[in-house]
Design a protein around this ligand. Structure first.
Ligand code: F0G
Length: 500
């Protein structure tokens, strides 16, 4: 029998320190003698529910494909009537961050996830804004807790002085997917699934395979053959996934998986699974915490299947609704020109429809022609007053090298944010005095081939224009092959110094 996804799961027993149970936190929970502030809330009012984004139906349980059984659209979690006191919530989360004691990755041998593991996760620390999952089912690897960097050189190049990068590539499997996967994999575990599955351009599969392994579940990965980077493929293999390379693209993999989950008892962990969105929300919460709850003017994200932009936008709206922030940042979404169905949806069709396309870009993570979450993304784009942009392959490669020159390594899909910022700045949408945060979604080492080919000058052989080639040349740092000779190395050093 297929396990059903739980909806109204509450903590099995009163959870010390958790505002859902209105118990004041003590030593037991946090491993410290400090008392935590009591968060004022109405327990009944904070229960999360699923709701269809189109027809508003609120089902008691989700179907295998996580689509509304009435109209087929996506589901989302809502937290009706949350009445958290913002100051107490902030203090509670800060306290958890500094909770002492040993971090235990994954679930403990006794089957319980230690509270310290939850507190030190940059996702579960914010559990008041997540659908509740019983502690013993939580699979955590200390995800979240990602750094916020200032980008000094990029700031000079763009004329945006206050430019930051929130590096989600610093998660356990080196992409932002882990923040959503910890919640979705835990919910699958709680529902009793033996198998979890996803279609992926690489990062989701790497993350899912790792969390499944940590939670003693099996994982099935469907990826487009020849169209994902080796780094990501190698992760899925090492973490023990059953990896099927299908002779199709990402959208073709999604079609097959959607059918498969209707026939087999596997839990779908793509971002149509609303638990994924809830976990990915926490990147924005953590970001605002890092900024001292002062909203930046702009947050810029890459757009592929559009789950991440939907999640970050949802977090912004929820934080605003809870008075955790007083002002909404504008959330802008950037796509590669060869994979731009959402850009066209907004710019050409005024948001009225999304026309699927055959996608093509070297930023393979976002090589997606039929994004599942486009309606959710559209809603948050409009609610926050953000923009869409599209960027070329050369613009992506340049931006990646520019971020790299700031000492921050990201994968091509992440670099669309900087490339997009340049365009938003040129159009006047982003102003020089404003504060901008780029969400870097994956680590440089996910796709080293791209980086090496770029620096060797092999990425665009013959296909780049003359001025583009000149601009790229100034960013390229090809390795030099020398004899094992001290004088030769010193000559190289002197030449580099002269040219710098
Ligand atoms: N950046 C990276 C590095 C990604 O891996 C993805 C998506 C995105 C951006 C876009 O995020 O889909 O939520 O709009 N990767 C998915 C995957 C599709 O299968 O790994 P999105």
């Amino acid at each position: 029998m297929t396990p059903r996804m739980p909806l109204f799961v509450r903590h099995a027993e009163p959870c010390q320190g958790c505002p859902l149970s209105q118990v004041q936190a003590t030593t037991l929970y946090h491993g410290s003698l400090r008392l935590l502030p009591k968060v004022k809330t109405n327990r009944a009012a904070t229960a999360s529910r699923l709701r269809c984004i189109a027809c508003g139906d609120t089902p008691d349980s989700a179907a295998q494909d996580f689509r509304c059984t009435h109209c087929g659209d996506l589901l989302e979690f809502i937290f009706p009537g949350s009445t958290y006191d913002p100051a107490s919530l902030r203090a509670l989360w800060l306290n958890r961050r500094t909770s002492v004691g040993q971090f235990s990755s994954g679930r403990s041998l006794l089957g319980k996830t230690p509270h310290r593991t939850l507190d030190q996760s940059g996702v579960w620390r914010y559990r008041e804004l997540l659908p509740p999952i019983s502690d013993e089912h939580v699979i955590s690897m200390g995800e979240g807790n990602t750094p916020l960097y200032r980008l000094h050189r990029c700031a000079r190049a763009t004329g945006i002085e206050n430019l930051y990068a929130k590096h989600q590539g610093m998660n356990p499997t080196a992409s932002f997917k882990d923040t959503g996967m910890t919640v979705a994999a835990s919910s699958a575990h709680q529902a009793g699934f033996r198998w979890v599955a996803c279609a992926s351009t690489g990062n989701t599969s790497a993350s899912m395979a790792a969390y499944a392994a940590r939670g003693h579940m099996r994982s099935l990965v469907l990826i487009p053959e020849g169209k994902i980077s080796w780094g990501k493929l190698s992760q899925a293999l090492d973490y023990g996934a059953l990896t099927c390379q299908l002779r199709t693209d990402f959208d073709g993999c999604v079609r097959i998986l959607s059918e498969l989950v209707r026939q087999k008892p596997v839990c779908l962990l793509n971002s149509v699974n609303p638990y994924r969105i809830e976990g990915q929300k926490t990147a924005a919460i953590e970001l605002l915490e890092q900024l001292g709850w002062e909203s930046p003017d702009h947050i810029i994200v890459p757009g592929g299947n559009l789950g991440n932009s939907s999640a970050i936008g949802k977090a912004l709206l929820e934080m605003h609704g809870l008075n955790l922030i007083s002002r909404l940042p504008k959330l802008s979404i950037i796509q590669a020109r060869g994979a731009n169905p959402f850009y066209r949806c907004v710019r050409e069709f005024g948001g009225t429809k999304l026309e699927p396309m055959t996608a093509d870009t070297m930023a393979t993570a976002i090589r997606i022609g039929n994004p599942a979450s486009w309606k959710k993304a559209l809603r948050v784009l409009q609610a926050t007053g953000g923009e869409v942009e599209q960027v070329s392959e050369v613009e992506i490669a340049e931006a990646k090298a520019e971020i790299g020159a700031d000492g921050i390594g990201c994968e091509p899909a992440s670099a669309v944010t900087l490339a997009g910022l340049k365009k938003l700045r040129a159009s006047g949408f982003v102003k020089p005095g404003e504060t901008v945060v780029l969400i870097l979604t994956g680590h440089l080492l996910k796709d080293p081939d791209f980086t090496i080919e770029f620096h060797r000058g092999d990425l665009f052989t013959g296909s780049a224009g003359e001025s583009e080639a000149v601009r790229m040349k100034s960013l390229q740092r090809a390795p030099i092959v020398l004899d094992a000779d001290l004088a030769a190395v010193i000559a190289a050093l002197d030449a580099a110094e002269k040219n710098s």
